[in-house]
Design a protein around this ligand. Structure first.
Ligand code: A3P
Length: 339
């Protein structure tokens, strides 16, 4: 799939390839990725995993509010980057969030954009706590016929209880994701600057920071029926935020207090989050807010203003080719006005 063949110099300067995936050289150094291979996951961790620009912050705010029993003041007491430990990030000389996480009380809130093979392996180890008990019955030899004869002891095994840490994966249609990611590059100081055409080309071949949208989304979609995984689409959040909040609440076991659902919807609306300095990244050290507001448009279907007719056709072909066996489909045009 060729949209452009232009070589972009600052891509090489500002990023590096580790484990076959492009990363920000300064923000995701090799050491962080290496250390994450031995990062301990706890059974009550909540991990929000996304491809960048898929609605991560939106989901994080919902989780924060539920975590604090709908006390908005408490939920927003800290900046978002202090509430959720961004595992694959390290800014300057700050202590890396994955190191801070080691001494945090449970339940920890974690965030990552890593591809499957770069995640801490314990995420897949499913540290189930399993309690078992046995019932033993001694064989009564005097009344048994040879055919019905049991072994010397009956052993019946019961699994009583098991639980896992929880993963929430947020997925957004790849056209809007690409547009949002392209704009994000313009506003983040260390990210390479592309033309739209060059960016789309790199996105399609998975040669952007965090790698392939297709790979990551196909994997987590395939895991969506696992009990410890909740797969949510950005478009679904747009269409019916109340239902998504209830779904997340049920999944995490953190109830919505009576009569508070509408308040959470309002609190997590685009306009409210855009004007909330604790979540809008306006004070983030790597963000150039003048050229890019993090809360940019927050709509479904902005891709129409970027993709040419030819780019749309090629992209649809590519999607079909890469994702046809997955069954993962998206809404590409908004059915509702924004909440
Ligand atoms: P746009 O750039 O299309 O506006 P992430 O948090 O994964 O980086 O995703 C950022 C994207 O989610 C941005 O998309 C941002 O505007 C959008 N977003 C964040 N909060 C939102 C909300 N409450 N409602 C709708 N979109 C939201």
């Amino acid at each position: 799939m060729e949209f452009s063949t232009k070589k972009i110099d600052d891509v090489e300067l500002n990023t590096h390839i580790v484990g076959g995936v492009r990363h920000r050289r300064q923000v995701t150094p090799r050491k962080v990725l290496q250390d994450l291979q031995t990062f301990e996951i706890r059974t009550d961790d909540v991990v929000v995993i996304t491809y960048p620009k898929s609605g991560t912050t939106w989901m994080q705010e919902i989780v924060s509010v539920l975590r604090h029993n709908c006390d908005f003041q408490k939920a927003d007491q800290d900046f978002m980057r202090e509430r959720f430990m961004f595992l694959d990030h390290q800014i300057g000389n700050e202590i890396a969030p994955y190191i801070k996480a080691k001494t945090q009380p449970s339940p920890r809130l974690l965030k990552t954009h890593l591809q499957k093979h770069q995640l801490p392996p314990q995420i897949f180890a499913k540290k189930a706590k399993v309690y078992m008990y046995f019932t033993c019955m001694k064989r009564n030899t005097s009344h048994q016929t040879p055919t019905s004869s049991p072994p010397h002891h009956f052993i019946s095994l019961h699994t009583v209880y098991s639980f896992f840490f929880q993963v929430i994966f947020v997925s957004r249609n790849p056209k809007d994701t690409a547009v949002s990611y392209f704009n994000f590059h313009l506003g983040v100081v260390d990210l390479p600057k592309y033309t739209w055409q060059d960016f789309l080309h790199s996105f399609c071949i998975g040669d952007v920071v965090y790698g392939s949208w297709f790979e990551m989304n196909a994997y987590w979609w395939s895991q969506r029926k696992q009990k410890h995984v909740l797969f949510v689409k950005y478009e679904e959040m747009h269409q019916d935020l109340s239902s998504v909040i209830l779904k997340v609440s049920k999944f995490l076991g953190w109830p919505v207090p009576d009569g508070k659902l509408a308040d959470i919807v309002l609190h997590c609306s685009f306009d409210s989050m855009k004007s909330n300095r604790k979540v809008n990244f306006s004070e983030h050290p790597l963000m150039n807010i003048e050229s890019y507001p993090f809360m940019r448009k927050g709509i479904v279907g902005d891709w129409i203003h970027y993709f040419t007719k030819t780019q749309t056709e090629k992209f649809d072909e590519l999607y079909e080719h890469k994702m046809q066996n997955t069954g993962l489909q998206f809404e590409y045009i908004s059915k509702t006005i924004r909440v």
